[in-house]
Ligand binder design. Structure first.
Ligand code: 16G
Ligand code: ZN
Length: 532
């Protein structure tokens, strides 16, 4: 039961006085040393969230994704495998900052009153964690909170972030019409690999895909998944799978390294014809890359994945004779201008632009029959609306070609992790499309050419004074700054630039793109000077 005396007495003291916790874009995230006290509170919060939702299972994931190994973090997963409902974030923040038992109980009372929570409803929570050395300690702190709050909880152990999202949805939909799958790690592997086999049926296998797992949890999990796929249909070579040597996680490897540095990890020797991709530390992001004959590095990022997926699904929907299903794409301001142009002008699909952060993209994508969403950094997935799923399931084929298209669409709905972006699932999606089309990376890359772009991080004294509008594409504060940026941008051909405060780091980010590399760098530099 919910034991207020225990909650008060077992509180874990703040590790560092004066440290302010914020439930941000991706939950709480910071150096792991200050997070024990937060985990305790998160255990209580997850319990309250479950009670509020009539005992539905809530997920807790301990990870700091692509951050350095000494960091850690935690986020809550809602019953359908989505991110925690946004209105709860401020309460999460309040709980985390309560520094003594009395303040904590007051913060809890406030949540209980605000959401009219019946504390007698039994709570269910599941949790998992990545490979960081700080996880075992933080798990204990979380358990201390769950225990004090009286939740029924299950430790799912080492998992990728998207696996935990999958498990939460499976548990909550079990036995219903939209049961999502078997709530086990094996169930996840079986669902994805069976769908992959169907999607590539009858097509020759592609060459080996080299997968950089960032020395993180993606490595052991991908290895496990491969046991369920015949080597005749997928050939994978795992690189950077050292999850035991301290200091290796995300170090000079992984999706964030590749996207930021626009080059392959030094640990991979890559020659023309090689096909490579990189996961991030918790395997919810992926980017692909190759080098051309003349040795030029070519990145196939989230925008390229979105373009590939949107074109393939649009084509299948048409071949299946179900054009009533409308495909749409959701991007952020970081999407390369060329990708937006390709989607709207060449594919003629609607594109919406939203603020950075998965929760924003996900909810916008739900508005389409088939919503493809990807951040340029490689996080994304595809959502099929209940109506679209139903149409795909029930439509009757009139020709063998239609039958084939319907079977493939149906396989994609199983292959794609629709709860959140998933490096393993997205990898299989891309491989399924490329296998189906018998395309090389070069052919995929032909769709459009990225405009040169530059992302600059500027450390300022107070990033909170930077307020944006229009999906972060324009500043409203500090007053006058946007006008100055606009007049700079006007001087460059195909110029575009915007400034926003980071949600994960104490800094401001400047993005710029223009027709040439020199113009882009110049624009980024000048805008950064305005901000500084
Ligand atoms: C978080 C977000 C990611 C976003 C990034 C932006 C989630 C799960 N993750 O990692 O989607 O791209 O923040 O970071 O929402 P920034 O605010 O520091 O630019
Ligand atoms: Zn991640």
């Amino acid at each position: 039961s919910f034991d207020t005396a225990a909650i008060k007495n077992n509180i874990i003291a703040h590790e560092k006085q004066g440290f302010v916790y914020t439930y941000g874009t991706a939950g709480f995230r910071s150096n792991a040393e200050v997070l024990g006290s937060v985990m305790y509170k998160v255990g209580i919060l997850a319990t309250l969230r479950s009670k509020k939702l009539n005992g539905s299972t809530i997920g807790v994931m301990i990870t700091a994704s692509h951050n350095p190994e000494e960091d850690n973090g935690v986020k809550l997963v809602d019953p359908r495998g989505e991110m925690l409902e946004q209105s709860w974030e401020v309460y999460a923040t309040k709980l985390a900052n309560a520094n003594d038992g009395e303040t904590l109980l007051n913060a809890i009372d406030e949540i209980v009153a605000q959401y009219k929570i019946d504390l007698d409803i039994p709570a269910n929570v599941i949790y998992a964690y990545d490979t960081r050395p700080s996880c075992p300690h933080l798990v204990k702190c979380l358990e201390q909170g769950l225990e004090a709050a009286g939740a029924k909880s299950t430790n799912f152990g080492l998992k990728t972030t998207p696996m935990l999202h999958y498990l939460v949805r499976c548990i909550n939909t079990a036995g219903t019409n939209d049961a999502y799958g078997e709530a086990t790690e094996e169930g996840y592997y079986k669902k994805l690999t069976a769908a992959f086999a169907t999607a590539v049926k009858g097509k020759p296998r592609l060459s080996t895909l080299h997968v950089d797992c960032a020395n993180g949890v993606g490595a052991p999990k991908l290895r496990e998944l491969l046991k369920f796929i015949a080597p005749e249909i997928l050939s994978v070579d795992i690189v950077n799978e050292d999850t035991t040597t301290v200091g290796q996680l995300n170090k000079n490897c992984g999706a964030d390294f590749v996207k930021t540095n626009q080059r392959a990890p030094p640990s991979i020797t890559i020659t023309a014809g090689d096909r490579c991709c990189s996961y991030d530390g918790d395997a919810d992001r992926i980017v692909f890359y190759y080098v051309t004959e003349d040795g030029t590095f070519r990145l196939l990022d989230g925008d390229k994945i979105a373009g590939l997926a949107a074109s393939f699904i649009t084509e299948l929907v048409h071949e299946a004779g179900i054009d009533s299903i409308k495909v749409g794409v959701v991007q952020t301001a970081y999407a390369n201008g060329s990708s937006t142009n390709y989607l709207t002008k060449v594919l003629s699909v609607p594109v919406s632009c939203v603020s950075t952060g998965v929760k924003h993209l996900h909810h916008e994508a739900e508005k389409y029959d088939v919503g493809v969403y990807f951040e340029a950094n490689g996080h994304g997935t595809v959502l099929f609306s209940p109506d679209a799923l139903n149409t795909i399931k029930t439509v009757e084929a009139k020709t063998p070609a239609q039958k084939q298209a319907i079977a493939q669409l149906s396989a994609l709905t199983e292959l794609i992790n629709q709860t959140v972006g998933d490096a393993i699932s997205d990898m299989l999606l891309v491989e399924a499309i490329l296998t189906s089309r018998q395309w090389s990376f070069e052919e995929w890359d032909q769709a459009y050419t990225d405009l040169p772009n530059r992302l600059v991080k500027v450390v300022v004294s107070d990033r909170h004074i930077f307020k944006t509008t229009n999906a972060e594409r324009q500043l409203v504060e500090p007053a006058g700054l946007q006008a100055e940026i606009d007049s700079l941008v006007a001087k460059y051909s195909n110029g575009r630039s915007f400034v926003r405060a980071s949600g994960t780091e104490d800094a401001v980010r400047v993005y710029a793109e223009a027709a040439t590399r020199a113009e882009t760098d110049d624009l980024a530099f000048k805008v950064a000077q305005l901000v500084y």
